[in-house]
Design a protein around this ligand. Structure first.
Ligand SMILES: [Fe+2]
Length: 262
């Protein structure tokens, strides 16, 4: 796939991630998961960017932002051995710092660099901050949609594995459980994102991922969610009870309407 003149950036990404593979040579799987995730988010973001008819310059910015959005995950894991920000560092802020220190974005103008760094810093916020710059806002929304599309993939593939084969970093090291927290269910029925404080088990974490549909921005993304059966697959990972069924049906109806452009 075209790298939009970002070959130097891709080469830097390869060197930087290989370095972190070496640091974690006895524990490579979480690092390799993130390398694949970065490359896939780049692809998702570019597909979305083409759907939005962005020009070549903006597609180059999309390419870099997608590939680099989770660069902070690598030093986070090397230092703290976890992807849980609340017990380590904010990986988005750390990533923006790494990119600045290494002058990774120097081929872009100052404003373009700021656009990429801001979108990266915003990508993991519970709620996207309002930004008066239209282009920053657009890139931030694209990155968040692309990230969600690929995290749903990681999550559904992870759940196809046997329990023993699953890597705990994907579930943020949360405990198993037989039910969902009432508070997490109440959030999703109110069409809200699930509050992090309401997540106490792996099931709640899956519900949080369902609730992400209420934070999706583009028609293209809603269509992809349907085409890939993400909601149905996610549903199968949860206890089969009426409350959860109602939450999934409501979410599916919402996604279908948005996919139809309503
Ligand atoms: Fe991230």
């Amino acid at each position: 796939m075209n790298s939009y003149g970002n070959d130097d950036i891709h080469a830097w990404f390869g060197r930087y991630t290989r370095h972190h593979m070496l640091i974690n040579s006895t524990d490579r799987y979480p690092v390799s998961l993130k390398i694949v995730h970065c490359q896939r988010v780049r692809r998702e973001a570019l597909t979305l960017g083409r759907d939005l008819a962005l020009d070549t310059r903006d597609l180059g910015i999309t390419d870099a932002a997608g590939l680099l959005h989770d660069i902070g995950r690598f030093p986070q894991y090397s230092t703290h051995k976890t992807f849980v920000d609340s017990v380590s560092v904010n990986h988005a802020e750390l990533g923006a710092r790494v990119l600045k220190e290494n002058l990774v974005l120097r081929k872009f103008s100052q404003r373009e660099q700021e656009r990429i760094l801001t979108a990266i810093r915003y990508h993991n916020r519970a709620v996207l901050p309002a930004d008066r710059d239209r282009k920053v806002h657009l890139l931030s929304r694209m990155l968040r949609d692309a990230d969600k599309l690929d995290i749903w993939r990681v999550f559904t593939e992870h759940n196809k594995l046997s329990k023993d084969a699953r890597n705990n970093t994907v579930d943020q090291d949360l405990p198993d459980g037989d039910s969902c927290s009432e508070k997490a269910l109440a959030d999703i029925m109110a069409r809200k994102l699930v509050d992090y404080r309401h997540i106490v088990s792996k099931n709640d974490f899956a519900l949080m991922r369902l609730a992400w549909v209420y934070d999706v921005n583009f028609t293209h993304t809603f269509r992809e969610i349907l085409a890939r059966n993400y909601l149905q697959t996610l549903h199968l990972t949860l206890p089969q009870n009426d409350k959860i069924k109602v939450a999934f049906e409501a979410a599916l109806t919402y996604v279908e309407q948005r996919a139809a452009g309503l």
